[in-house]
Design a binder for this molecule. Sequence first.
Ligand code: 6R9
Length: 646
Amino acid sequence: MSEKRHPIPSHIRACARVDARRRAEWLDQLRNDPDGFWRREARRLDWIRDFTRSDESSFDEAAFQIRWFADGVLNVAANCVDRHLPERAERAAIIWEGDNPEESRVITYRMLHEEVCRFANVLKANGIRKGDRVTLYLPMIPEAAYAMLACARIGAIHSVVFAGFSADSLASRIRDCDSRLVVTADEGLRGGRKVPLKQSVDEALPHCPSVETVLVVARTGNPVPMTPGRDRWYAAERALVSADCPSEPMGAEDPLFILYTSGSTGTPKGVLHTTGGYLLWAAMTHDVVFDYRPGEVYWCTADIGWVTGHSYVVYGPLANGATTLMFEGVPSYPDSSRFWQVCDKWNVAIFYTAPTALRALMREGDGPVAATSRQSLRILGSVGEPINPEAWEWFHRVVGEGRCPIVDTWWQTETGGIMIAPLPGATDLKPGSATLPFFGVEPLLVDGEGRELTGATEGNLCIARSWPGQMRTVYGDHERFFQTYFSTFPGRYFTGDGARRDEDGYYWITGRVDDVINVSGHRMGTAEVESALVAHAKIAEAAVVGMPHPIKGQGIYAYVTLNVGEEGSETLREDIVRWVRREIGPIATPDIVQFAPGLPKTRSGKIMRRILRKIAEGDTDSLGDISTLADPSVVERLIADSRLLT
Ligand code: 6R9
């Protein structure tokens, strides 16, 4: 790994909101008077009723709870919209850039206020009340942000489901939280191609008895079937309601949203975030990590279907009164210069994206970048997976022309916002390292037995104490929450990631240490893909592992054992790939399907994934001890067959 150091550029240091001195002061205050620190930071938000206690959390089993600012009262939509009206009503809140470069819209804070109020009134007119769950299955259009904020305004809990997920995945997420209402669009539009969203909703809903109403936003205007009594056009509903809707006073610990994410076992978990701590964390990290200055255009390329879209397209920037750019399309359409053209078109100052996109663009050479100016860019950001030093250097040298610091931000759906990242004005950069913990974050490396490792070392990444943005529970299964995150290493939050800490205390995330794979920055549980595979009529057994992939970071390698009498063929392989895409969605597309006569198992019947991982990586010289296998000869066969595939 590269250990090259990039010092803070003087033009950034000179006017950064948090420089090294302020950082030291803040850390000092956190040590001596944490309550005072959080009390001051919490003033970033408007509270309807002030809180009396900040942190009341404990990770210990006997006293386990996560609670911040618990008796405070506030409303997220009022914080993201209304409070900006006196000073910023005519400033752009959202710049929407369509898939088609000729389509865009600028939504001011005044317009955003009206749209959020109307959307909230439509929800109310359709029977939605505080505490009800609303599923959003939408493309990247402004209505997605309106709908999220409308839920927040009336105290409904949104569950955004990524529009790339299949009807089946959508149905299971709707069922898990018993949503009463679904918001969707006729079709999405990405890279010039239509995505049949309403059709997926129609396929999902026969399996979702809780849903009473579907609101349909017209995006492409193509005809879609509407079920009488259930489906309503959003535009028609919008016209019937008032542009004024009071915001519901919410307790700081009242739920704000549920977002499903994959883990190492079982079905995706409904990660639940609450109102006060989450919003403070999103706002504070957005402000400090990106060094946001009023008036700047800020662009996070994430989809609102992922947590990055929640915290850094919608909630963080809008809480700060920023201008957030929302992009409907893809980096390669109409051509691979699109990202940089959009930066020039809107004078983007802060650009936050994922390594997988950078690696794909890198392959196209420097030409598409060089064809644009990018003079407006000031800060660059990366998220979703470890960024390899080559991609980091390219981002820095070619995109940022050496003048823009890169903030490599490590965090998770569960953490609500950024946890480990440089501060542009206070941290020297090392390509490939997320650098140092954010204020209030106490990372800890432990060995397999949970013993804390000190100094420069490598281990399992845990967090020692709570922070305001932490998830509060797994929706409907608090026990699973505790078991998943706090039982492996008692008294600590376990992230599921491995990390190295160097002699400067910098963290280098090495990737997941559990059965989660990171495909293009998206989390996939191997168990989920396996259960989709074994649902195929011809498959008896399946095991899925990650494999290195030059663009996606990790690819999906599936070993499948067919039912007796079935024969592996190219046609069957294609059918299996199609099947998984239909069951879960295109992001779960297996890169390699290997027909395996048998899987390596211990005598007690456990699949030895360690061996399958090595074979998928092509690293077969160091398989380790295979003598505990029930039938060691399967391994030879798997190795021989895998060479024919990769
Ligand atoms: C925000 C988000 C979380 C997992 C996480 C880790 C990986 C995210 C990273 C990173 C190295 C970074 N990850 N950011 N690894 N460097 N800067 O991506 O949330 O979808 O829940 O994924 O992504 O493995 O545990 P989520």
